[in-house]
Design a protein around this ligand. Structure first.
Ligand SMILES: *Cc1c(COP(=O)(O)O)cnc(C)c1O
Length: 818
């Protein structure tokens, strides 16, 4: 095992202090993911949005004693962290990669490197599964394929592994070479080339050339020769290859493909003979992913019958972790594809980010193919579960049951899934967040089914990763000391409430704002501790503000008077002053100042935390002059506020559009709203954001109507010719605007635009699906990444804000991370 002493020999740097000899077992780059301080080496990495150096102190307090840093004065670091081993390097991320590369070079096993635009994770998971009877495979957890994820993946390699599969993903030139040095693949799979990350490259050729860097030293590269760009580049580079193709002679030449039920039959020539295999999928992407795996198994000379057996057991890979509503007010995170230590850690992080969902329960199967000795493995599992605050564990399997004594978290043990289900009593689960994580063979989908509640057909899916992406985009626009307030009024613009607030708290924003006191109370009751501003507090809510430490916006002297008279004499409290600079909604004008400051002088216990104003037209360039005028007026008024108060306050005026349009006026804080929910209000940087919400419903019935027949209320929909219509389960009571009636709106079914026919009803509407193979139960997308809020809002003359916040509360919200 490596110890800190030797690190120095691996990547040099300046050894600032060697306080004690310690082994290096865990590598940590995100302070929030600490689970076992002893044996942890923390790399302080400076990223685009955050800086690991900020968390050294906290980690030291939590018991971490080994650090790799870039910055800091040696003497000061030694003094602050007397018991720590400290190494200083020019680039912490590069050091992490070097350490992983060093670790990798200690193993002589086959290592498969996978890259390509799509399918990397699925090919990796399937190949590992297909090889599992013969090999003990170590692989990247989920989609850990970045500059940071790859070294952490490779670090998992251990003496017991016989095979390794790592994926590599890049977004700009120069990155793959670094990943190649870490992975050092002996075999390669190039899945395909598409448009992902196009923006980082001059051309597809350049992207292919860059990706090929991964395969510099491989013995053999697997790919589909029908991807011409890939094929030509591989040939030009002279990389030894193993190909499959539908159009030309290849190692595996496919001569026919047909669909039979849920399977795709592939006829192909292999070693001079005509053979066939059935792939248990029919969609194109899955068939391509499976064919890469088939090529690999053929190269390994597995008998055809054996390949078929193993293919039959493949299942779709869930690419994201979903949080679903379940029985008895429980929520369920369904992660039933595979179960290994790294995947468990990732899933537990998601659990940890949702502290309000009641008790945290984990249902866990045996961990298969970890490569670790069993006792060591289950000891690590027990530590991880404990460190992540799991309150109840249900362990299923003979192996984990054998190590019951290692678990300190309250645990029930069952020998099999059937054993658990036989004793399952729904009433024993209430108000819990339950992570269901099991290896494929345990068929935990049966457990998921037992917990699941049937949801009414319409759901709003909220992508938590997209929220974080958007948050980071706006953060990257902010000068270093500018604070960030995020608006979570109106159920976080319809996207949930404490779920979103949770995430913002986890990602350390400075302030939240809501419209009404009740919204703030709900956040507090769900454990949100960030400061919260309430923009429209009514006098009857003042007591609640105090009780829940919520900070009111004050916009008039009368309101301030009512507020202070509600306070106990002398009780301190914080307020925010709203100044009217031209919006003419709420706020003080300069004329109101005398009355305001007389009151404030009489009540020095009332502290003005901030002064702010709101732009009336930041989203439209035509109003730029007016916005500038508002800003300069605000600066003047805020200066007067500070002068009269005799202390300084946080000054803020920019909303989402303002952040993009007036970067020079960020002042002390900005107020981010619609942007974090994925709509860029100025319309100039929409592509920098990711859509957050998808509103989906299902088809209830499909029917044929004759030319001239009418559809729906008032007989507004008229069939111009014989027409197939689908009735979908969304209406204006769900928030689907009635202005979409009669061909104005459309939904996506099977990716095709289907126009509305007739009027939108209360709970349903009808769409024209003529010529499409639509059937009851199919999914219909009302808005989402491919049918944008911006476009839909425009079509009915409103704004995305209205469409988002109108989604009714009866529509279930489903939160997921990718
Ligand atoms: C809603 C709101 C914001 C956020 O506006 P967006 O356009 O959604 O960014 C900022 N400030 C105030 C006072 C608001 O009411």
């Amino acid at each position: 095992m490596l110890d800190f002493n030797q690190l120095y020999t691996v990547f040099g740097g300046g050894l600032l202090q060697l306080a004690q000899p310690l082994p290096i077992i865990h590598l940590l780059t995100d302070s929030r993911k600490l689970s076992q301080p002893a044996g942890t080496l923390f790399f302080a990495i400076r990223g685009r949005y955050n800086d690991g150096h900020k968390y050294l102190h906290q980690l030291y307090l939590q018991g971490v004693r080994q650090f790799v840093v870039e910055q800091g004065d040696a003497a000061e670091l030694r003094q602050r962290y007397p018991e720590a081993n400290l190494l200083q390097v020019p680039d912490s991320l590069a050091a992490l990669q070097q350490l992983a590369a060093w670790h990798r070079s200690r193993f002589q096993i086959p290592v498969v490197g996978i890259t390509g635009s799509n399918g990397k994770t699925i090919v990796k998971e399937w190949l590992a599964q297909l090889l599992s009877p013969d090999e003990l495979t170590v692989k990247s957890p989920r989609s850990y394929n970045s500059q940071l994820g790859v070294p952490l993946s490779v670090w998992q390699m251990d003496q017991n592994h016989t095979f390794a599969i790592f994926e590599a993903g890049i977004s700009q030139p120069g990155e793959m070479e670094k990943l190649q040095r870490v992975i050092q693949p002996t075999l390669g799979i190039f899945t395909n080339i598409g448009s992902a990350h196009d923006e980082g490259f001059a051309s597809h050729q350049q992207k292919v050339a860059e990706k090929l860097q991964l395969f510099k030293g491989v013995d053999l590269l697997f790919y589909c020769a029908d991807h011409t760009l890939v094929h030509e580049a591989v040939q030009a580079e002279g990389i030894k290859s193993f190909t499959w193709s539908r159009t030309q002679a290849a190692d595996v030449t496919i001569s026919g493909t047909s669909t039979v039920g849920h399977k795709t039959i592939i006829v192909f020539k292999w070693q001079g003979r005509k053979e066939r295999l059935a792939i248990p999928f029919t969609d194109e992407a899955s068939v391509e992913n499976a064919l890469h795996c088939v090529a690999f198994l053929l190269y390994r000379n597995l008998p055809l019958s054996e390949i078929q057996d193993r293919l039959d057991r493949l299942h779709p890979v869930a690419m994201r972790l979903e949080m679903k509503e379940a029985i008895n007010s429980c929520y369920l995170i369904d992660d039933t594809y595979n179960n290994d230590l790294a995947g468990l850690a990732i899933a537990l992080d998601l659990l940890m980010n949702q502290p309000q969902r009641g008790r945290h329960t984990v249902i866990l199967s045996d961990l298969l193919e970890s490569g670790l000795p069993e006792e060591k493995l289950y000891r690590q599992v027990a530590e991880l579960v404990q460190a992540r605050g799991v309150e109840r564990l249900i362990a299923i399997g003979e192996k984990v049951s054998r190590y019951s004594s290692l678990f300190s978290v309250p645990t029930e043990f069952y020998t099999s899934t059937a054993d658990f289900l036989a004793q399952f009593q729904p009433a024993q689960f209430r108000n819990e967040l339950i992570l269901v994580k099991g290896a494929r063979v345990f068929e935990f989908e049966k457990i998921v089914q037992a917990f699941q509640q049937k949801v009414h057909g319409t759901v709003l899916e909220v992508n938590l990763d997209a929220l974080v992406h958007n948050l980071n985009y706006y953060r990257s626009k902010l000068a270093p000391d500018v604070r960030l307030m995020v608006m979570v009024k109106a159920f976080a613009y319809g996207s949930g409430s404490f779920e979103v607030a949770n995430l913002l708290q986890f990602h350390r924003v400075d302030y939240l704002a809501v419209a009404y006191a009740d919204e703030g109370v709900m956040l507090r009751e769900n454990g949100i501790t960030l400061p919260i501003m309430v923009m429209n507090p009514s006098p009857d809510s003042f007591a609640k503000l105090r009780q829940y430490t919520l900070e009111p916006e004050i916009y008039s002297a009368e309101q301030l008077e009512a507020f202070v008279s509600s306070l106990e004499k002398g009780a301190p409290s914080k307020i925010h002053l709203k100044l009217d600079t031209g919006m003419h909604r709420l706020g003080f004008t300069a004329e109101d100042f005398d009355a305001l400051f007389i009151l404030l002088q009489q009540h020095p216990q009332v502290q003005v935390v901030s002064a702010f104003s709101h732009l009336a037209g930041a989203d439209e360039a035509v109003h730029n002059d007016f916005s500038q005028q508002q800003i300069s007026q605000f600066r003047g008024m805020a200066a007067e506020v500070e002068a009269r108060l005799g202390y300084s306050v946080i000054k803020h005026i920019l909303n989402s559009a303002g952040i993009v349009r007036f970067p020079e006026h960020q002042l002390d804080m900005v107020r981010l709203g619609i942007g974090i929910y994925g709509v860029e209000a100025t319309g100039t940087a929409q592509e920098a954001l990711r859509p957050v919400s998808t509103l989906k419903t299902t088809v209830s019935q499909v029917k044929q109507i004759k030319q001239g027949e009418t559809v729906g209320y008032s007989r507004k929909g008229m069939a111009a010719s014989d027409t197939t219509i689908a009735t979908i389960a969304i209406g204006y009571a769900d928030g689907y605007d009635r202005r979409f009636s009669n061909g104005v709106g459309h939904v996506l079914i099977h990716g095709q635009r289907c126009p509305l026919i007739g009027n939108v009803c209360m709970d349903m509407c009808m769409v024209d699906v003529t010529g499409l193979p639509v059937k009851a139960g199919d999914e219909a997308i009302v808005f989402g990444p491919r049918l944008t809020l911006v476009e839909l809002a425009k079509s009915i003359g409103t704004i995305p804000y209205e469409l988002l916040t109108n989604v009714s509360s009866r529509v279930k919200r489903i939160f997921y991370a990718e």
